[in-house]
Design a protein. Sequence first.
Length: 321
Amino acid sequence: MTALFSTACKRLPSWYARHKRDLPWRRTRDPYPVWISEIMLQQTQVKTVLPRYHAWLDRFPDIATLATADLDAVLHAWQGLGYYRRARLLHAAAKRIMDWHCGQFPNAFNDILALPGIGRSTAGAIASFCFGARHAVLDGNVKRVLRRWLDRPAARESALWDCAERLIRQCRDPAEWNQAMMELGATVCRRIPHCAHCPLSEHCASAFRATPPTSAEGKPRIQRLHWRVHLHLHPEHGLWLERRPRDGIWGNLWCPPISVLEQPPKQPPCHIHRLTHRELYLYAAMEPDEPRGKGQWSRKLSHAALPTGIARLLQCHGLTA
């Protein structure tokens, strides 16, 4: 394994220099846009992030603007990225930076790690990319690469961290190394790997196997949920919306009242919305009675912080103004 690590430290940076994707957050060392990109890219594909990354920076160009923004505006800007808890934590972290660090993004690893929504891997990414600090990254792509290099599909995360930290100590440039490892996992060492294009295939214990090891866990089972969406319409005030509970699916977003169905109705759903481990089957019901819950009427639905699934259901009913 020592030979693999030594070869990787020599070959991987030059491979990265030739094959890296041109991504906007790689053109800056400013920690604010790098931080935003790292949070957006958690369990979200690059092609989905790119347009929303630019739109976010147009809407919230700096930490102060984000910190003083209304939470609904932040959630609205996050539409289409899912996992809305990330947006709430970004907002909270921006406020903390204003209060604790005089509006300047901290440059010390432990201070970065202390911000809401930032774990060890994200802190390592920001610290290395922006400040040249020698801290490892261990996202899903890097985990997959290391498990294959080690030929240990069930390797515990602690063992992977030990391996990642050992490598980061040997490399020349920690920022370049972390980017190269993430790029290798994202573009070559994927769930179905392209071993023929890997610069380290002759040293990899899992190369060119029919079914190379990928991770310690199996593919999670998709849970199907059936929800009835109750549409209360008023000719003057618009659609009745209620804020979702903070914890759970679509936390803190605005939705029409929702009830859980134990059994799916006979009619097909108005919309099927897919999350990472769940499928939401949404059935609309027009309600003639006055709403009873705590909420508000909304006439400008395009300005409301609605989940994407609800927005698409409303579009099917012509409710998009």
